[in-house]
Design a protein around this ligand. Structure first.
Ligand code: DP6
Length: 342
């Protein structure tokens, strides 16, 4: 068996400010609502892919361990490679190595960076494209790559740009659109991720998405999403954290209220996450520190503040939570693609 050069994709996680929650159609990955996120700089999935000449199956390894097709990650990952191969009309099998710079499956958007990186590395290996520009010239624009990645995990489509990205659905035209709202240079927001659990969640977000429609809070949420989106975009444009922050918190709590009031009910928050949220609010009242939380599908809390306030936030966290692990991150530049020399 011979192998081609490895194509290495580095794709960031993104933290949703306006959450993608609920699907209108699973088969086409049609989200129930528009969403908006910030791409991160440090929380990244790195995936290398190369063509295995003469092989009869793909080989995916995660952090050095071979992933079985039948495992929960394996089912989704191999199915996504099968889907991509069909879309690209190739029968070549790939060897894929992937790893995350952060804990997996606990609300730090590993599926966004993971499926983004798997898509980018696989397409680059099949096309033998050494950069994003080369891919674009071959017709694989970021929009096309994002649409392919979305079929593996919805939120991954927002990870194909740096800065601030919106994923829109247009019911009248039947189209989905990714909009690069602002680059990372527009506003240097930081994300400090307080880790209350690094273990994989028991209910996957893909499963919990499907239950959203059973919550009595879901339809009212959808009715108000457009207005919230507009307010968030205005706050981002004006770099106004006093306007954005309360929207972030309300949006995260609203999504968790939908999850908790669905049938079956899913609660991703732990008592530690709740007490951290109330600590953060008290800290803000007491010191005026402009730091606001958001939460994805997990117990870990993302604290958003301006980069200049991040070290003050960290010293306050260390004073009150000396044992707490946290990830220090900020807005990033988006994906990278490189070819590794042997
Ligand atoms: C809470 O993208 O993980 O992070 O499309 O089923 O893979 P699938 O779901 P996924 O959902 C992410 C949900 C969220 C909010 C968000 O990122 O917008």
């Amino acid at each position: 068996m011979t192998m081609s050069l490895p194509y290495k994709a580095l794709v960031p996680a993104n933290i949703a400010f306006l959450k993608y929650w609920g699907k209108r159609d699973v088969k086409t990955q049609w989200p129930a609502n528009h969403s908006l996120s910030m791409s991160l700089a440090q929380s990244v999935t790195t995936t290398s892919a190369r063509v295995l000449v003469g092989a009869s199956e793909h080989q995916i390894s995660f952090s050095g361990t071979l992933v079985e097709r039948t495992s929960s990650f394996g089912r989704k990952a191999y199915a996504h490679l099968d889907y991509l191969a069909k879309e690209l009309g190739t029968q070549a099998y790939l060897q894929v190595n992937t790893s995350n710079s952060f804990p997996t499956g606990c609300g730090i958007a590993s599926s966004a960076s993971g499926f983004g990186a798997l898509t980018l590395a696989a397409v680059a290996a099949w096309q033998q494209a050494d950069s994003l520009d080369t891919l674009e010239k071959m017709g694989f624009t970021r929009h096309r790559l994002a649409a392919l990645a979305r079929m593996g995990s919805g939120s991954s489509c927002r990870s194909f740009w740096g800065g601030y990205v919106s994923w829109k659905v247009d019911e009248t035209t039947g189209e989905q659109e990714l909009v690069h709202l602002f680059s990372d240079e527009h506003w240097d927001l930081a994300d400090t991720i307080a880790i209350f659990s690094a273990s994989e969640k028991k209910v996957s977000s893909s499963k919990a998405h499907l239950d959203a429609w059973s919550s009595p809070l879901f339809e009212p949420r959808l009715a108000g999403i457009g207005e919230k989106e507009e307010q968030m975009i205005n706050a981002l444009r004006d770099k106004d954290l006093s306007a954005l922050g309360p929207l972030l918190e309300q949006e995260a709590l609203e999504m968790h209220a939908v999850m908790m009031s669905a049938k079956p009910s899913t609660c991703y928050l732990s008592s530690e996450s709740i007490s951290f949220i109330s600590w953060l609010r008290k800290l803000r009242q007491k010191t005026g520190l402009a730091a606001y939380f958001t939460i994805d599908a997990g117990p870990n809390i993302h604290v958003i503040c301006e980069q200049q306030d991040q070290s003050k936030l960290h010293s306050e966290i260390k004073k009150c939570y000396p044992q707490l692990d946290f990830i220090v991150d900020h807005v990033g530049k988006g994906p990278q693609l490189v070819v590794e020399a042997h």
